[in-house]
Every structure is written in structure tokens, then in C-alpha cells.
Write a protein that binds this ligand. Structure first.
Ligand code: NAI
Length: 478
């Protein structure tokens, strides 16, 4: 008899595992099919995020930043150290241990919630059937199917991956030694995060970016500050530059590229290609299912993540919207709850974004340039970390928080942060915006002193021209 589930999820990354756990919590007989294998060849849950993306990159970002803090700032704080040296293997071991513990944690959660984990590759067939290939090949059926197959790095024809010298983001998390000269194609989120890791550990890093503008998705004032800070750290960011060809020669990579001055050549020891990711739909469904894919290759869905097929849903990186784990998780939970008849929605207007460089960059809502382009009137309040007591005590005074509020209603439209721990601080802004807060609501909220979060409070005061800890233009008495 065919194995049958109420809900079957294809993909065990953040979107898929969250969908599976929530489905099981709601009482559905649930299974999750996933084909990820650890370097040791063991099946592993957690997808790209846990195995080869967010988590290992954050482990290396944290460790490399700790290294820089001790090396460059230790003496200022009164730490007298002997010769500091780097044990890259130990740093990598910490990263690998973090990954293993977290991926095993998902397996434990599956067990605790009664989710059946089916290692293998799932393919959607007509009539709610799913073919599973791999060591436990079989066919199963499910009342509801959730596609959560994620995304994969775009292979760039002018610099094809060879897995050794020319690598994608996953390869760049496993270098055995610090490359002396590192090239990165793409100064986007991945390029900047991984470029930062290796720059901190001693590589000479050059980032080749095709676009003229730096981080166009980010608020322009924040992007300018980020470019200044990252360049000062030693990242050589070359905007408006195109790679024409890269080839491996004599144990190095020869990059030919074009910039404002014509064709150039640069030799690096390793090259990371980070020019974007694409939805992973390869072999995901049989053509006779009639599943609709949009013009960019994403599974077509409505705002509730329903595909064009009844009882088939899709969530996470394989559908439209930012490729962010937290966005996928929220979609996975929404779909499970809607299958259970609940009216859950995802508010796509307040998805936070974070770039884990130093300083960290985070934002939620509209950028100033987007408000301008839309002709919306707004008031801005900016507060620099240089005037925040806690930031000063930490010796991390670069950056600022900016609040953009509607000029008529005062409702917060966007919050943009660059500086220490902004990946955590952005949560306050998301919370405020999810309750439809005005800048005045934030102004009337009490923040603990001395904390970095006071910079958010002061930015809200600055919207009204009444920040306490910076001089603002004096206003007439009311
Ligand atoms: P991205 O879209 O952020 O950046 C790719 C960059 O490569 C762009 O600036 C683009 O202009 C440039 N580029 C494209 N073709 C090029 C060429 N031929 N030559 C030079 N430059 C070229 O994509 P990225 O960094 O690969 O990240 C992929 C996805 O992963 C993003 O959507 C991001 O949201 C997600 N992600 C998020 C993270 C986070 O939340 N912190 C961390 C890592 C990834």
C-alpha cells in the first residue's frame, strides 16, 4: 500500500523544516524529504542556511571579528597579549561543530514533534504523488504538498566553478588556509560577508562589482557609510567593473576584467563567485503536473504561497521575495496554519534584512530613496552611535540609526541601521512597525540606559527635532 501523509514537505531548510514542525504541531501526519548530505556523507537537515550558509558564515564572521578585536583593539582596552596567531583549523572546527549541533537539533525537533524525515530527493508527480529517489527510493502520496527546495548559487560563465580555486559561497567557507590574494566577483551580501571574513584573517581582498552603485538595495546614506568603513578595513571594492574571463593557471586564478580604464588583469590565489542565487527547481516536478514557474524561474505563488495546483504550496527561496531564511520560515508556518484552516498571513512590507559585516547593516521598510521616488513626504531622524554612551564604552562608535516617518501621519515607514549589533537592534524596529507605530510611539517608549537601543530612541526624538544627546536646530517655543 502507498505510504500516505497529510502533509509532505520537499526540502528541510528553514522554510521546509518550519512548515513540517508546525504541520505536525497542528496534528497532521507529516513527512519531510530532504537530500542534503554532510561532508561526511550523512543526511543532514537544515538546508543551505544551517549547513552551508547563514550559520557557518556567522561562525566565521564572529570568530574573525573576535580575532580582529583582540589584535587591533585589545591594547586600547588594556589587554597585553603575547604574539597573537591564528589557528584556522580550530576556527573551522568551531564552525563545523556549530553546524553539526544545529542540524542534529532539527532532527531532534522532528522526532519530538513526530515528523517523519525521509532522506532522499523528492519529485512532485501528478495527483498528489511524490517520487523519492536515493537509497530509500519509493513513491508516497500526500493530501497537501509544500515545496521548499531552496536556491543555489548562480554559475557565472566567465568564471566557472572548479571547486578548488574558483568556488561558490560554500567552498569559501572551507578554505584550508588563508588565501594571500582573494578575488570576489559580486559585492553583494555574500561577497561582502565572505570578503570580510578572509580580509580580517589576512587576505588581500579585491571585490569586482558590475554595478556602478554600491549596495543599491540599501538606504543610500547607509550604503555610503558602509563603503567608507569597509574600504577603510582594507576591502578593495571596484564598482562598475566586469569580469571578462577567469582561468586557473600555475596554481592561481588569472582574472581579466574591464573597468573605466579598459581591460585589466589581476592574479589571485582563490576566487569566490557571489553573483546571486537562483531558485532550485531542477528535477523538482514532472512537467505533466503543469506546475507554473515564473519568468525568473521561481515557482509561481500567490500571497498565501499557493501554487497554481490545488493542494500544492511553495515557500522560501524557491518563490518570489527576498532569499532570507526568516522570510521562508514565516511562509512555512503560514502555509501549515492555512492548511489547518487558520487565517495566518505574512507581512512582506516588514521583512528585516541584515548584512553581517562590521559594522553590521540592517534595515526594515522603505529606504529614503524609495520614498523620494514614490513622491511620499517623510521626516527623517538620524542618531549617530558616536553620541551613544554604550557604543563609546565599547569603542564602536561608527554608524547611525535613521528613522523615516510619514510627514502627515508620523507612521514609521523605514528604519535603517549601521553600527554595532544592528542585527539585533533591527528587531525593535520590526516590532514597532508590525504594530503600526509612529515615531512618537517610539519616542514615548522607555529604553534602558546605557544601551545601544537608546540610539533608536534618540532617532525617534530626532524625527521631531528634539534629540537629547545631539545638537539639533533649536525650534521656536510651542
Ligand atoms: P546579491 O544579489 O546580494 O549580490 C550579487 C552581486 O553580484 C550584485 O551586486 C550584482 O550586481 C553582482 N554581479 C552580478 N553579476 C556580476 C558580474 N558578472 N560581475 C560582477 N558583479 C556581478 O547576491 P549574493 O550576494 O550572491 O546573495 C544571494 C542571496 O542570498 C541574496 O538574495 C541574499 O538575500 C541571500 N543572502 C542573505 C544573507 C543575509 O541575510 N545576511 C547572507 C547571504 C546570502
Amino acid at each position: 500500500m502507498t505510504e500516505r501523509y497529510d502533509v509532505l514537505v520537499i526540502g528541510g531548510g528553514p522554510a521546509g523544516y518550519a512548515a513540517a514542525i508546525r504541520s505536525a504541531q497542528l496534528g497532521f501526519k507529516t513527512a519531510c524529504v530532504d537530500d542534503w548530505c554532510s561532508p561526511a556523507g550523512e543526511p543532514a537537515l537544515g538546508g543551505t542556511c544551517l549547513n552551508a550558509g547563514c550559520i557557518p558564515s556567522k561562525a566565521l564572521l564572529e570568530s574573525s571579528e573576535f580575532f580582529v578585536q583582540v589584535r587591533d583593539r585589545g591594547s586600547v582596552r588594556g589587554l597585553k597579549l603575547g604574539q597573537l596567531s591564528l589557528d584556522l583549523a580550530a576556527m573551522m572546527a568551531h564552525k563545523d561543530k556549530t553546524v553539526t549541533e544545529l542540524t542534529r537539533g532539527i532532527a531532534t525537533l522532528f522526532k519530538a514533534n513526530g515528523v517523519t524525515w525521509i532522506p532522499g530527493r523528492g519529485k512532485l508527480l501528478p495527483k498528489n504523488q511524490i517520487e523519492i529517489s536515493g537509497s530509500a527510493a519509493k513513491q508516497v502520496e500526500a493530501g497537501e504538498i509544500i515545496l521548499a527546495s531552496g536556491s543555489m548559487p548562480v554559475n557565472f560563465g566567465n568564471a566557472p566553478f572548479d571547486g578548488q580555486r574558483i568556488v561558490d559561497s560554500q567552498g569559501a567557507l572551507a578554505f584550508k588556509e588563508v588565501p594571500r590574494r582573494l578575488g570576489v566577483i559580486g559585492a553583494g551580501i555574500i561577497g561582502l560577508e565572505l570578503g570580510s571574513v578572509w580580509c580580517r584573517l589576512g587576505s588581500e581582498v579585491v571585490l569586482i562589482e558590475a554595478q556602478e552603485g554600491f549596495l543599491p538595495v540599501v538606504d543610500e546614506q547607509v550604503a555610503r557609510e558602509a563603503l567608507k568603513q569597509l574600504t577603510a578595513q582594507g576591502l578593495d571594492i571596484r564598482l562598475g567593473t566586469r569580469v571578462l574571463q577567469s582561468r586557473v593557471a600555475n596554481d592561481a586564478v588569472v582574472m581579466r576584467y574591464q573597468d573605466q580604464n579598459g581591460e585589466q588583469e589581476k592574479i589571485v590565489d582563490r576566487l569566490i563567485v557571489a553573483v546571486g542565487r537562483r531558485p532550485n527547481t531542477d528535477g523538482l516536478f514532472a512537467p505533466e503536473t503543469g506546475l507554473l514557474i515564473d519568468e525568473w524561474g521561481f515557482v509561481h505563488v500567490d500571497e498565501h504561497c499557493r501554487t497554481n495546483l490545488p493542494n500544492v504550496h511553495a515557500v522560501g527561496d524557491v518563490v518570489r521575495g527576498p532569499m532570507l531564511a526568516h522570510k521562508g520560515m514565516e511562509e512555512g508556518i503560514m502555509v501549515a496554519e492555512r492548511i489547518a484552516g487558520q487565517a495566518t498571513t505574512v507581512d512582506y512590507a516588514i521583512v528585516p534584512s541584515v548584512i553581517y559585516t562590521q559594522p553590521e547593516i540592517a534595515w526594515v521598510g522603505k529606504t529614503e530613496q524609495a520614498l523620494k521616488q514614490a513622491g511620499e513626504s517623510y521626516r527623517a531622524g538620524v542618531f549617530p552611535f558616536a553620541a551613544n554612551g554604550r557604543a563609546k564604552a565599547m569603542g564602536e562608535t561608527s554608524g547611525f540609526i535613521k528613522i523615516l516617518a510619514d510627514a502627515h501621519t508620523d507612521r514609521v515607514r523605514g528604519v535603517h541601521l549601521i553600527g554595532p549589533h544592528c542585527s539585533e537592534l533591527v528587531a525593535c524596529a520590526v516590532l514597532a512597525m508590525s504594530f503600526g507605530a509612529s515615531s512618537e510611539d517610539i519616542m514615548h517608549t522607555m529604553f534602558a540606559h546605557p544601551t545601544l537601543s537608546e540610539a533608536l530612541h534618540e532617532a525617534s526624538l530626532a524625527v521631531a527635532g528634539r534629540a537629547v544627546h545631539i545638537a539639533q536646530t533649536r525650534r521656536a517655543k510651542p
